[in-house]
Design a protein around this ligand. Structure first.
Ligand SMILES: Nc1ncnc2c1ncn2[C@@H]1O[C@H](COP(=O)(O)OP(=O)(O)OP(=O)(O)O)[C@@H](O)[C@H]1O
Ligand SMILES: [Mg+2]
Length: 328
């Protein structure tokens, strides 16, 4: 068992297909992803709406079984575990934080936070005491008796974080945790994450559209259409993903060029492979070019999803709905 020492979460060749009876058929949401998260590491997943971020998070956290591929948590192959074993492994290792809807509506803030401990056979009295201490630490002690519906969005998210932390997880999977919060509250949430990351060595995998959240992470993986297309360092500009980017080539040799790089190269078409070696590859466009293939070479003027009119020439993601800007 060496794997768990340097890896808390690992996924190989992860595929997910949603079956659909609709005319447009099945949706392939994940197309062969590899991910590795080391203990204490914070990794962001960025990418346009519909690129597969939530699907990935659910598959990684064992909330959904991927159509194919393997997910290991602390060296244990989750895809092989029985339902009960999976729940136990998850409970002692991972916590989830979603954009909203993290709390049970009929339980008070205190009981919401104490509840995960009950599953771990902590006595009700001890569970309540620990929950109260944690809520107090997060500045929510005075609202411990409130039901979720009576709390503000930011307060609810702080209670959700307390609920996520009460079991002392080694890994937090978060899907747009600050997405529903105002800038001040999201900064508070982020500073809580920073404390946990720096002082307690908790690992994070966070789906986000926020540049601040991405900057908190050690690296960001860029997902497009179910594939990782690039990895970025801490200086990621969410609005300008072309900065400081490394392209990712997967195990079967597929490399997906983000649209703006494709444009700079001269668009879709035929390329002759020039020099290969020493980690270098040269592609030389041949004259047969893009006209032979589908897809255009200029960015669309308006967003096909929400009709936002792009004013900026280079922006890649729709500022209104987050869709990736297609080429026409
Ligand atoms: N239950 C479902 N049934 C069928 N298709 C689905 C289902 N859930 C998601 N999809 C499709 O799978 C793809 C990926 O969806 P997913 O929710 O993972 O995207 P996302 O990156 O989280 O998007 P967003 O940023 O909008 O949250 C999309 O094309 C979506 O329409
Ligand atoms: Mg999502």
């Amino acid at each position: 068992m060496s794997e768990e020492n340097d890896t808390i979460l690992e996924a190989n060749s992860l595929y997910h297909v949603y079956d659909s009876k609709a005319e447009d058929g099945n949706v392939v949401a994940l197309r062969g992803l590899h991910v590795k998260v080391r203990p204490g590491e914070a990794v962001a997943v960025v990418g346009p709406s519909g690129s597969g971020k939530s699907t990935l998070l659910k598959c990684l956290g064992g909330l959904m079984k991927p159509s194919a591929g393997k997910v290991s948590l602390q060296g244990e192959n989750m895809t092989r575990l029985t339902g009960k074993e999976l729940v136990l492994l998850r409970q002692k290792t991972i916590s989830f934080i979603f954009q909203e809807g993290n709390l049970l509506p009929h339980l008070s803030a205190l009981d919401n936070v104490a509840q995960p401990l009950r599953h771990q056979k902590v006595s009700p009295k001890d569970a309540k005491k620990q929950a109260m201490d944690l809520l107090t630490e997060l500045g929510m002690g005075h609202r411990a008796k409130g039901l979720p519906a009576t709390l503000s969005g930011g307060e609810q998210q702080r209670v959700a974080i307390a609920r996520a932390l009460i079991t002392q997880p080694r890994l937090i999977l978060a899907d747009e945790p600050t997405g529903a919060l105002d800038p001040i509250t999201s900064r508070e949430v982020l500073s809580l994450f920073k404390d946990l990351h720096e002082k307690k060595g908790v690992a994070f995998l966070i789906v986000t559209h926020s540049a601040e959240v991405a900057a908190f992470c050690d690296r960001s993986l860029e997902l497009r259409d179910g594939r990782f297309v690039a990895q970025h360092g801490t200086d990621l500009e969410v609005d300008d993903l072309s900065e400081s980017r490394e392209l990712i080539v997967d195990d079967i040799g597929t490399v997906v060029f983000p649209p703006e790089i494709l444009i700079e190269m001269g668009g879709a078409g035929r390329y002759e492979v020039g020099d290969v070696g020493d980690g270098r590859l040269t592609l030389i466009s041949t004259d047969l070019g893009a006209s032979m293939l589908d897809g255009g070479t200029t960015l669309a003027l308006s967003c096909p999803a929400c009709n936002h009119e792009y004013e900026d020439d280079e922006i890649q993601l729709c500022p209104d709905c987050g869709s990736s800007r297609p080429m026409v």
